[in-house]
Design a protein around this ligand. Structure first.
Ligand SMILES: NC(=O)c1ccc[n+]([C@@H]2O[C@H](COP(=O)([O-])OP(=O)(O)OC[C@H]3O[C@@H](n4cnc5c(N)ncnc54)[C@H](OP(=O)(O)O)[C@@H]3O)[C@@H](O)[C@H]2O)c1
Length: 241
């Protein structure tokens, strides 16, 4: 297995190539001789410039030689929620479909890591803010990785069934679980969020209700991560984007 990333962080049992999909650096070395590509790179938190992911995907597709199986990870609701980052994901989905390569695309709901990051930010101040009326179906990041490996080792399958976590939960309940795990006491403030995108999320277009393929709950993951000391390492380094 070979991993391409900008920082070249070591990965167990993998050859790591330092490179950048946006500049093309390292791409040839990373792609040399591969039979399967799992495209999971994203500058996801740069929400003002979702086009970065489209350019990165274009560079990847242009650099591919031969006919490797291309596996892409996307998000439930990218075709129905009119949000810049989601529109970019949908554009990349279509580029993958039209690439002429054998392909597989998996859409999932929000990863535990992302939900932990959001809850951490929303509870930094003296109150914990939760968007009123929002639900999430958090899915364990390791279980998503396992599913991607299964798909990568299988035959190209096109769009496969969406994957969500085992429970649909109100964000305020997720916040309560988070505050308990990190031993933080905060009054909850339920903030009404205006606009079409928020309405789409309130109506649940981002959920995979019939496809709760993940089994590990958010609370179980939280408690494992926090341990008895209540400290959770931030899952994302937001400075590196
Ligand atoms: N988070 C969610 O809830 C969620 C839900 C559904 C689908 N997804 C999708 O799953 C994928 C991974 O999401 P994530 O939240 O796990 O993201 P992440 O932790 O930020 O991982 C993204 C990875 O991409 C690498 N990367 C970013 N830009 C790159 C570039 N230009 N060239 C090479 N490598 C680059 C980063 O490493 P370096 O910084 O070292 O380059 C990092 O390892 C994304 O496609 C996302 O849209 C995420």
């Amino acid at each position: 297995m070979r991993v391409l990333s900008r920082r070249g962080t070591p990965v167990e049992d993998a050859e790591v190539v330092r490179g950048d999909l946006e500049t093309g650096e390292g791409l040839a070395a990373a792609l040399d001789g591969v039979d399967v590509i799992v495209h999971a790179a994203s500058s996801g938190t740069d929400l003002r410039r979702p086009d970065r992911d489209v350019g990165a995907a274009r560079r990847l597709l242009d650099a591919v030689g031969g006919e490797p199986h291309l596996v892409y990870i996307s998000i439930v609701g990218v075709d129905t929620i009119s949000y810049g980052y989601y529109r970019a994901k949908l554009t990349v989905e279509r580029m993958v479909e039209d690439s002429g390569l054998p392909w597989t695309t998996l859409r999932t709901t929000q990863f535990h890591d992302l939900v932990i990051m959001l809850l951490s930010v929303l509870s930094k101040g003296p109150v914990a803010i939760v968007p009123r009326g929002f639900e999430l179906q958090p899915v364990d990041t390791g279980e998503v990785a396992g599913r991607l490996v299964e798909l990568a080792l299988g035959e190209p399958a096109g769009r496969v069934p969406d994957m969500g976590g085992p429970r649909v939960e109100r964000v305020e309940d997720l916040m309560r679980a988070y505050l308990t795990a990190v031993r933080r006491r905060r009054p909850l403030v339920r903030l009404p969020i205006p606009g079409k995108v928020a309405a789409d999320f309130r109506s649940g277009l981002h959920l995979a209700r019939g496809n709760a393929l993940g089994t590990r709950t958010f609370t179980d993951d939280l408690l494992d991560r926090a341990g008895p000391g209540g400290t959770i390492t931030p899952p994302y380094d937001l400075r590196r984007r």
